[in-house]
Design a protein around this ligand. Structure first.
Ligand code: ZN
Length: 340
Protein backbone atom coordinates (compact mmCIF):
# COMPACT_ATOMS: atom_id res chain seq x y z
CA UNK A 1 0.00 0.00 0.00
CA UNK A 2 1.22 3.50 -0.82
CA UNK A 3 0.21 6.18 1.67
CA UNK A 4 0.71 9.84 0.77
CA UNK A 5 0.98 11.63 4.11
CA UNK A 6 0.48 15.12 2.72
CA UNK A 7 -2.51 16.20 0.62
CA UNK A 8 -4.82 19.20 0.85
CA UNK A 9 -8.32 19.82 -0.46
CA UNK A 10 -7.15 22.58 -2.79
CA UNK A 11 -9.89 21.76 -5.28
CA UNK A 12 -12.87 22.20 -2.95
CA UNK A 13 -16.06 23.50 -4.59
CA UNK A 14 -16.33 27.28 -5.03
CA UNK A 15 -19.05 27.44 -2.34
CA UNK A 16 -16.33 27.02 0.27
CA UNK A 17 -14.41 30.07 -0.96
CA UNK A 18 -17.66 32.01 -1.20
CA UNK A 19 -18.37 31.21 2.45
CA UNK A 20 -14.90 32.36 3.44
CA UNK A 21 -15.21 35.56 1.41
CA UNK A 22 -18.51 36.26 3.17
CA UNK A 23 -16.94 35.55 6.53
CA UNK A 24 -14.09 37.99 5.85
CA UNK A 25 -16.49 40.64 4.52
CA UNK A 26 -18.62 40.31 7.68
CA UNK A 27 -15.59 41.18 9.83
CA UNK A 28 -15.97 44.72 8.55
CA UNK A 29 -19.61 44.95 9.59
CA UNK A 30 -19.92 43.93 13.24
CA UNK A 31 -23.37 42.73 14.14
CA UNK A 32 -23.96 41.16 10.72
CA UNK A 33 -26.07 38.04 11.03
CA UNK A 34 -24.34 34.67 11.08
CA UNK A 35 -23.46 33.20 7.71
CA UNK A 36 -25.20 30.11 6.45
CA UNK A 37 -22.90 27.12 6.15
CA UNK A 38 -21.86 26.40 2.55
CA UNK A 39 -24.28 24.09 0.75
CA UNK A 40 -22.20 21.54 -1.13
CA UNK A 41 -23.63 18.34 -2.60
CA UNK A 42 -21.96 14.92 -2.67
CA UNK A 43 -21.80 15.18 -6.45
CA UNK A 44 -19.92 18.46 -6.23
CA UNK A 45 -17.42 16.84 -3.88
CA UNK A 46 -17.04 13.85 -6.23
CA UNK A 47 -16.53 16.12 -9.21
CA UNK A 48 -13.91 18.20 -7.38
CA UNK A 49 -11.84 15.11 -6.65
CA UNK A 50 -12.38 12.79 -9.61
CA UNK A 51 -10.49 15.00 -12.06
CA UNK A 52 -7.80 15.97 -9.59
CA UNK A 53 -6.61 14.03 -6.52
CA UNK A 54 -8.34 10.75 -7.41
CA UNK A 55 -7.16 10.91 -11.02
CA UNK A 56 -3.60 11.54 -9.86
CA UNK A 57 -3.76 8.73 -7.28
CA UNK A 58 -4.77 6.35 -10.06
CA UNK A 59 -2.22 7.64 -12.58
CA UNK A 60 0.65 7.64 -10.12
CA UNK A 61 -0.23 4.37 -8.41
CA UNK A 62 -0.76 5.66 -4.89
CA UNK A 63 -3.55 4.36 -2.69
CA UNK A 64 -4.41 6.61 0.20
CA UNK A 65 -3.91 10.30 0.95
CA UNK A 66 -3.81 11.73 4.46
CA UNK A 67 -5.98 14.69 3.63
CA UNK A 68 -6.46 18.09 5.23
CA UNK A 69 -8.02 21.45 4.40
CA UNK A 70 -6.13 23.74 2.07
CA UNK A 71 -3.17 24.95 4.14
CA UNK A 72 -2.72 28.37 2.54
CA UNK A 73 -6.40 29.13 3.21
CA UNK A 74 -6.21 28.44 6.97
CA UNK A 75 -5.04 32.07 7.32
CA UNK A 76 -5.21 32.08 11.10
CA UNK A 77 -4.20 35.74 11.13
CA UNK A 78 -7.57 36.83 9.69
CA UNK A 79 -10.28 37.87 12.14
CA UNK A 80 -10.66 36.59 15.67
CA UNK A 81 -10.58 33.27 17.45
CA UNK A 82 -14.30 32.92 16.66
CA UNK A 83 -13.59 33.51 12.95
CA UNK A 84 -10.92 30.85 13.00
CA UNK A 85 -13.10 28.35 14.86
CA UNK A 86 -16.03 28.77 12.48
CA UNK A 87 -13.75 28.48 9.42
CA UNK A 88 -11.90 25.46 10.81
CA UNK A 89 -15.10 23.60 11.60
CA UNK A 90 -16.51 24.21 8.13
CA UNK A 91 -13.26 23.04 6.50
CA UNK A 92 -12.90 20.00 8.76
CA UNK A 93 -16.50 18.94 8.25
CA UNK A 94 -15.94 19.05 4.50
CA UNK A 95 -12.83 16.86 4.81
CA UNK A 96 -14.92 14.38 6.77
CA UNK A 97 -17.44 14.23 3.93
CA UNK A 98 -14.60 13.53 1.48
CA UNK A 99 -13.37 10.71 3.70
CA UNK A 100 -16.92 9.38 4.04
CA UNK A 101 -17.42 9.28 0.27
CA UNK A 102 -13.99 7.75 -0.41
CA UNK A 103 -12.94 5.88 2.73
CA UNK A 104 -10.32 3.87 0.86
CA UNK A 105 -8.71 6.94 -0.72
CA UNK A 106 -8.67 9.58 2.00
CA UNK A 107 -8.26 9.80 5.74
CA UNK A 108 -8.63 13.11 7.53
CA UNK A 109 -6.26 15.49 9.28
CA UNK A 110 -7.69 18.67 10.75
CA UNK A 111 -7.08 22.37 10.61
CA UNK A 112 -6.84 23.88 14.09
CA UNK A 113 -8.73 27.05 15.06
CA UNK A 114 -5.57 28.91 16.01
CA UNK A 115 -5.50 32.68 16.26
CA UNK A 116 -2.69 35.14 17.07
CA UNK A 117 -2.31 35.71 20.80
CA UNK A 118 -4.82 32.99 21.67
CA UNK A 119 -3.57 30.07 23.80
CA UNK A 120 -3.10 26.88 21.73
CA UNK A 121 -5.00 25.12 24.52
CA UNK A 122 -8.12 26.58 22.92
CA UNK A 123 -7.54 24.40 19.84
CA UNK A 124 -7.70 21.19 21.87
CA UNK A 125 -11.51 20.91 21.72
CA UNK A 126 -11.63 21.04 17.91
CA UNK A 127 -8.80 18.50 17.71
CA UNK A 128 -10.73 16.21 20.02
CA UNK A 129 -13.93 16.65 18.00
CA UNK A 130 -12.11 15.84 14.77
CA UNK A 131 -10.41 12.74 16.17
CA UNK A 132 -13.23 11.32 18.28
CA UNK A 133 -16.25 12.36 16.20
CA UNK A 134 -14.94 12.73 12.64
CA UNK A 135 -12.37 9.92 12.73
CA UNK A 136 -9.35 12.06 11.91
CA UNK A 137 -5.84 10.83 12.63
CA UNK A 138 -3.80 14.02 13.11
CA UNK A 139 -3.68 17.79 12.78
CA UNK A 140 -1.83 20.55 11.02
CA UNK A 141 -0.21 22.83 13.56
CA UNK A 142 0.67 26.37 12.50
CA UNK A 143 3.81 27.53 14.37
CA UNK A 144 3.11 31.11 13.24
CA UNK A 145 -0.60 31.98 13.39
CA UNK A 146 0.33 35.61 12.64
CA UNK A 147 1.03 34.70 9.00
CA UNK A 148 4.67 35.75 8.76
CA UNK A 149 5.28 37.99 11.76
CA UNK A 150 6.50 35.20 14.05
CA UNK A 151 5.28 36.73 17.28
CA UNK A 152 4.14 33.54 19.05
CA UNK A 153 6.44 31.73 21.48
CA UNK A 154 8.54 28.94 19.91
CA UNK A 155 6.94 25.51 19.52
CA UNK A 156 9.01 24.33 22.45
CA UNK A 157 7.53 26.88 24.86
CA UNK A 158 5.08 25.79 27.55
CA UNK A 159 2.55 28.02 25.76
CA UNK A 160 1.93 25.02 23.47
CA UNK A 161 1.96 22.29 26.13
CA UNK A 162 -1.81 21.98 26.73
CA UNK A 163 -2.33 21.21 23.04
CA UNK A 164 0.53 18.70 23.11
CA UNK A 165 -1.08 17.03 26.12
CA UNK A 166 -4.23 16.54 24.04
CA UNK A 167 -2.21 15.21 21.08
CA UNK A 168 -0.49 12.70 23.35
CA UNK A 169 -3.78 11.70 24.97
CA UNK A 170 -5.37 11.13 21.55
CA UNK A 171 -2.15 9.60 20.16
CA UNK A 172 -2.16 11.82 17.06
CA UNK A 173 0.79 13.62 15.43
CA UNK A 174 0.90 17.13 14.01
CA UNK A 175 2.31 18.23 10.72
CA UNK A 176 4.05 21.57 11.32
CA UNK A 177 2.37 23.65 8.62
CA UNK A 178 2.21 27.40 8.26
CA UNK A 179 -0.44 29.10 6.14
CA UNK A 180 -0.49 32.13 3.88
CA UNK A 181 1.97 34.94 4.47
CA UNK A 182 0.82 38.49 5.08
CA UNK A 183 4.45 39.61 5.15
CA UNK A 184 5.54 40.56 1.61
CA UNK A 185 9.10 39.49 2.40
CA UNK A 186 8.00 35.88 2.48
CA UNK A 187 6.36 34.25 -0.49
CA UNK A 188 3.95 31.73 1.05
CA UNK A 189 4.94 28.45 -0.55
CA UNK A 190 8.41 29.45 -1.76
CA UNK A 191 9.78 31.02 1.42
CA UNK A 192 7.35 31.07 4.37
CA UNK A 193 6.69 27.31 4.23
CA UNK A 194 10.33 26.35 3.89
CA UNK A 195 11.42 28.86 6.55
CA UNK A 196 8.88 27.45 8.98
CA UNK A 197 10.02 23.88 8.40
CA UNK A 198 13.62 24.83 9.06
CA UNK A 199 12.70 27.02 12.03
CA UNK A 200 10.64 24.29 13.72
CA UNK A 201 13.51 21.81 13.47
CA UNK A 202 15.96 24.25 15.08
CA UNK A 203 13.47 25.02 17.84
CA UNK A 204 13.15 21.30 18.60
CA UNK A 205 16.94 20.92 18.57
CA UNK A 206 17.47 23.51 21.29
CA UNK A 207 14.86 22.23 23.75
CA UNK A 208 13.98 19.32 25.97
CA UNK A 209 10.44 19.18 24.63
CA UNK A 210 10.68 15.46 23.91
CA UNK A 211 11.87 14.73 27.42
CA UNK A 212 8.61 16.26 28.59
CA UNK A 213 6.62 14.50 25.84
CA UNK A 214 8.45 11.30 24.84
CA UNK A 215 5.61 10.17 22.55
CA UNK A 216 4.80 13.51 20.89
CA UNK A 217 5.32 13.33 17.12
CA UNK A 218 5.74 15.97 14.43
CA UNK A 219 6.06 15.68 10.69
CA UNK A 220 8.10 18.47 9.16
CA UNK A 221 6.82 18.78 5.61
CA UNK A 222 8.41 19.89 2.35
CA UNK A 223 11.30 17.50 2.96
CA UNK A 224 12.18 19.28 6.20
CA UNK A 225 12.84 22.64 4.57
CA UNK A 226 16.56 23.38 4.49
CA UNK A 227 17.35 20.86 7.21
CA UNK A 228 18.50 17.79 5.25
CA UNK A 229 20.74 19.90 3.00
CA UNK A 230 22.35 21.39 6.12
CA UNK A 231 22.34 18.22 8.25
CA UNK A 232 26.00 18.74 9.13
CA UNK A 233 25.25 22.23 10.42
CA UNK A 234 22.53 20.90 12.70
CA UNK A 235 24.66 18.00 13.93
CA UNK A 236 27.48 20.46 14.61
CA UNK A 237 25.23 22.98 16.36
CA UNK A 238 23.83 20.24 18.59
CA UNK A 239 27.37 19.17 19.43
CA UNK A 240 28.50 22.74 20.20
CA UNK A 241 25.47 23.22 22.43
CA UNK A 242 26.33 19.99 24.29
CA UNK A 243 23.09 18.47 23.10
CA UNK A 244 22.81 14.74 22.41
CA UNK A 245 23.25 13.49 18.82
CA UNK A 246 20.22 14.29 16.60
CA UNK A 247 19.18 10.63 16.48
CA UNK A 248 18.80 10.54 20.23
CA UNK A 249 17.55 14.11 20.64
CA UNK A 250 14.89 14.31 17.94
CA UNK A 251 14.50 11.35 15.69
CA UNK A 252 12.07 9.38 17.82
CA UNK A 253 9.71 12.33 17.52
CA UNK A 254 10.43 14.26 14.32
CA UNK A 255 9.74 12.97 10.81
CA UNK A 256 10.09 14.38 7.30
CA UNK A 257 7.96 13.98 4.21
CA UNK A 258 9.19 13.66 0.63
CA UNK A 259 7.64 16.85 -0.79
CA UNK A 260 10.86 17.77 -2.56
CA UNK A 261 10.27 18.30 -6.23
CA UNK A 262 13.37 16.93 -7.92
CA UNK A 263 15.36 13.69 -7.86
CA UNK A 264 18.63 15.09 -6.44
CA UNK A 265 16.71 16.52 -3.47
CA UNK A 266 15.08 13.17 -2.71
CA UNK A 267 18.43 11.41 -3.10
CA UNK A 268 19.94 13.76 -0.54
CA UNK A 269 17.00 13.36 1.85
CA UNK A 270 17.31 9.58 1.77
CA UNK A 271 21.06 9.77 2.14
CA UNK A 272 21.18 11.95 5.24
CA UNK A 273 17.93 11.33 7.14
CA UNK A 274 17.40 7.81 8.56
CA UNK A 275 14.86 5.87 6.50
CA UNK A 276 12.70 5.33 9.61
CA UNK A 277 12.06 9.09 9.68
CA UNK A 278 10.87 9.58 6.10
CA UNK A 279 7.21 9.40 5.06
CA UNK A 280 6.12 9.48 1.44
CA UNK A 281 4.26 12.69 0.63
CA UNK A 282 3.54 14.67 -2.51
CA UNK A 283 1.30 17.56 -1.40
CA UNK A 284 -0.77 17.10 -4.53
CA UNK A 285 -2.70 19.01 -5.68
CA UNK A 286 -0.67 21.75 -4.14
CA UNK A 287 2.04 24.30 -4.27
CA UNK A 288 3.71 23.34 -7.52
CA UNK A 289 1.35 22.07 -10.18
CA UNK A 290 3.37 22.23 -13.39
CA UNK A 291 5.28 19.77 -15.51
CA UNK A 292 9.08 19.82 -15.52
CA UNK A 293 10.10 20.33 -19.17
CA UNK A 294 13.34 18.46 -18.49
CA UNK A 295 11.57 15.25 -17.51
CA UNK A 296 8.09 15.71 -18.98
CA UNK A 297 6.65 14.75 -15.56
CA UNK A 298 4.85 16.66 -12.84
CA UNK A 299 7.26 18.20 -10.33
CA UNK A 300 5.05 16.94 -7.49
CA UNK A 301 4.99 13.32 -8.68
CA UNK A 302 7.41 12.47 -5.89
CA UNK A 303 6.75 8.74 -6.18
CA UNK A 304 8.74 8.74 -9.42
CA UNK A 305 11.83 10.02 -7.65
CA UNK A 306 11.56 7.33 -4.99
CA UNK A 307 10.97 4.68 -7.65
CA UNK A 308 14.20 5.81 -9.36
CA UNK A 309 16.28 5.18 -6.22
CA UNK A 310 17.81 1.78 -5.45
CA UNK A 311 15.91 1.33 -2.19
CA UNK A 312 15.66 -2.13 -0.63
CA UNK A 313 12.17 -3.62 -0.47
CA UNK A 314 12.19 -3.17 3.30
CA UNK A 315 13.16 0.51 3.12
CA UNK A 316 10.63 1.14 0.38
CA UNK A 317 7.89 -0.39 2.51
CA UNK A 318 8.86 1.87 5.40
CA UNK A 319 8.76 5.08 3.35
CA UNK A 320 5.56 4.24 1.50
CA UNK A 321 3.57 2.65 4.31
CA UNK A 322 5.19 1.44 7.51
CA UNK A 323 6.41 4.79 8.82
CA UNK A 324 3.04 6.43 8.20
CA UNK A 325 1.29 3.66 10.14
CA UNK A 326 3.76 4.12 13.00
CA UNK A 327 3.52 7.93 13.11
CA UNK A 328 -0.29 7.92 12.70
CA UNK A 329 -1.30 4.95 14.91
CA UNK A 330 -5.01 5.64 14.30
CA UNK A 331 -4.54 4.98 10.60
CA UNK A 332 -4.57 1.21 11.04
CA UNK A 333 -7.99 1.25 12.72
CA UNK A 334 -9.41 3.59 10.06
CA UNK A 335 -8.22 1.31 7.27
CA UNK A 336 -9.64 -1.80 8.92
CA UNK A 337 -12.99 -0.01 9.28
CA UNK A 338 -12.89 1.14 5.62
CA UNK A 339 -12.17 -2.42 4.42
CA UNK A 340 -15.32 -3.80 6.11
ZN1 ZN B 1 0.92 21.25 2.73
Amino acid sequence: MIIDCHGHYTTAPAELTKFRDGQIAALKSPGAKALAKPQISDDQIRESLEKAQLKLQRERGTDLTIFSPRASAMAHHIGTEATSLEWSRVCNDLIQRVCGLYPENFVGVCQLPQSPGVPPANSAAELERCVNELGFIGCNLNPDPSGGLWNSPPLTDRHWYPLYEKMVELDVPAMVHVSSSCNPNFHATGAHYINADTTAFMQFLTSDLFKDFPTLRFIIPHGGGAVPFHWGRYRGLAQDMKRPPLEELLLKNVFFDTCVYHLPGIELLLKVVPVDNILFGSEMVGAVRGIDPRTGQYYDDTKRYLDALPLSAADRAKVFEGNARRVYPRLGARLSAAAK
